[in-house]
Ligand binder design. Structure first.
Ligand SMILES: C[S@@+](CC[C@H](N)C(=O)[O-])C[C@H]1O[C@@H](n2cnc3c(N)ncnc32)[C@H](O)[C@@H]1O
Length: 509
């Protein structure tokens, strides 16, 4: 019981105390930047590892302050500080971050001010399920322009709200923010500051090994952000680790968008334009047990190995993200029972067109009816999504949405049938092998890979999205690569363009 409540508390307060070695490395990184604080502040300081490391690293400091919400930590810190020679220059007390007057208390401190720490690693969604009160007061935050963009979302990190609040209090001061946080949170904070025009000098991200330091599987970094002065350019170097001197890449902000790689964006931004090929998602069915079968043509089996005797008409060889990601030439290992040719199509006609398939669906109706997603409500029974003529195009160029690299695959028919993709993949439909190979060679070219890498954050859950794929104008890319003639030839042999055609080509000369 006690263990459970201790764990709940750990979740509620995002409680991962920074190992002292990492705290010292963070302080060393601040020192390497040339910053020498007169004041040191650690909000949500826990037992004060960062506060103590900073006080030791910058012994000439005038004032240091630690604030922590959990009484046991605040007491442990007071105890820890008691024997120090600099004790009278350090103030540590218990307070809730969201009730503390940060603008007022930071305003009184001598500059330069270093705000250092490691705010809680927890999202409001994780907190609301535990009924926690450890949330920013919406009314307080909403007074500030722009916060809605962050906290109005269904899920945000508590640390994001904290960092934003601190950044507002530090804007225009001779101050530095040095925070360990999720990389995603660091990027969002910078984006907000850039968007708001808050002057920041040479912000930088240093990736840390959060598995080693906190036993947490999350991309995290040290964010260094100096306030005051003027913003030189809207980019920030990302270093692979603390202590590294050459950045792996520079994130940036252009045209209201956050970029994963500003240099690649600036090199290839002229390739952005119209969607020349219509990008599609694969088919969504939410019922792998029933809709996916293994085996070969005519000898299909369920996942449990039970033979399934149904007509081949509605069965198609299929590929999912793991198939597209793993092999150079992906080979289907399963078949998908696709109940419709288009979204909303009447499924009852399967009863006469393919009676054994209908019997199989009826036998498994309970499992299909249990699908929770609202998209299946008030739709024909056994409905699927993301299905249309394009799903059955004989050739496709596909990519896995969940994978962390740009790698487009040519997909052709298998055992005499078009291969379908599931909803972990995106694709453009093509009519012929030549068309698919040309499109794939364009998409896999260096300029295209670099163009997409300018926008794709590889630590995101789904780095590749249909919005991202649509941004690259294949016609401009063909011109860049000198493929214009081949592309025009393809264009001349097409039938009418549009959504219904087997080809995804939208453009006509
Ligand atoms: C990730 S731990 C880091 C602790 C310390 N900063 C360090 O680096 O070792 C986050 C700390 O934030 C504290 N905390 C969580 N919510 C807080 C709040 N609303 N106000 C103040 N402290 C809070 C937790 O109790 C915990 O000690």
């Amino acid at each position: 019981m006690q263990t459970t409540s201790r764990l709940a508390k750990k979740v509620e307060f995002g409680d991962f105390q920074t190992p002292i070695g990492l705290a010292r490395a963070v302080v060393a990184q601040v020192a390497a930047s040339g910053f020498r604080p007169a004041s040191i502040v650690e909000p949500s300081c826990g037992i004060g590892n960062m506060l103590v490391a900073a006080a030791n690293g910058f012994p000439e400091f005038l004032r240091a302050v630690g604030v922590e919400v959990q009484p046991a930590y605040a007491e442990a810190l007071a105890e820890r500080l008691s024997g120090r020679g600099d004790r009278e220059r350090i103030r540590a007390f218990r307070a809730n971050f969201f009730e503390h007057d940060w603008a007022g208390s930071l305003g009184q401190l001598p500059e330069p001010v270093l705000v250092i720490g490691n705010p809680p690693w927890v999202t409001n969604a994780e907190l609301s399920t535990s009924g926690s009160g450890n949330l920013p007061q919406k009314s307080n935050f909403q007074r500030h322009a722009g916060i809605d963009a962050i906290t109005g979302k269904s899920n945000f990190d508590i640390s994001e709200a904290m960092l934003l609040h601190l950044a507002r209090a530090l804007a225009g001061r001779n101050a530095m923010l040095a925070m360990l946080c999720k990389t995603n949170v660091a990027r969002k904070l910078l984006m907000h500051l850039w968007q708001a025009g808050t002057p920041v000098q040479e912000p930088a991200l240093y990736r840390i090994d959060s598995a080693a330091a906190f036993n947490a599987a999350v991309d995290a970094c040290l964010l260094l952000c100096r306030f005051g002065g003027t913003t030189a350019d809207l980019t920030a170097p990302v270093f692979a680790a603390l202590g590294v001197s050459r950045p792996a890449e520079r994130i940036g902000f252009r045209d209201g968008r956050l970029l994963a790689n500003a240099e690649m964006h600036d090199r290839w931004r002229h390739l952005e334009g119209e969607e020349v090929y219509r990008w599609r998602s694969g088919i969504k069915h939410d019922c792998t047990d029933v809709a996916e079968l293994s085996g070969s043509f005519g000898a299909w089996r369920t996942g449990d190995g039970v033979a399934v005797d149904i007509e081949p008409d509605l069965l198609f060889p299929m590929l999912k993200a793991s198939d597209l990601g793993s092999r150079r030439v992906p080979v289907p290992r399963r078949w998908m029972l696709v109940t419709q040719r288009m979204v909303g199509e009447d499924t009852s006609k399967i009863a006469t067109a393919a009676p054994r398939t209908w019997a199989y669906l009826q036998a498994n109706a309970e499992r299909l009816d249990r699908r929770a997603s609202v998209i299946y409500k008030n739709r024909p029974r056994f409905s699927m999504f993301g299905v249309g003529d394009y799903s059955f195009a004989p050739w496709k160029v596909g990519i896995a949405g969940l994978y962390k690299k740009i790698d487009f695959k040519v997909i052709g028919p298998h055992e005499g049938k078009p291969v379908v993709l599931d909803d972990t993949c995106y694709f453009v439909p093509c009519e012929t092998q030549a068309e698919a190979e040309l499109v794939a060679s364009l998409l896999n070219s260096e300029p295209a890979r670099e163009f997409y890498s300018a926008f794709a954050f590889w630590d995101a859950k789904r780095p590749i999205t249909v919005e991202l794929l649509r941004r690259l104008d294949l016609r401009k890319l063909a011109t860049e690569l000198g493929y214009v003639d081949k592309f025009a030839l393809l264009n001349s042999v097409k039938g009418s363009p549009g959504d219904k055609a087997n080809t995804g080509l939208l453009w006509r000369e």
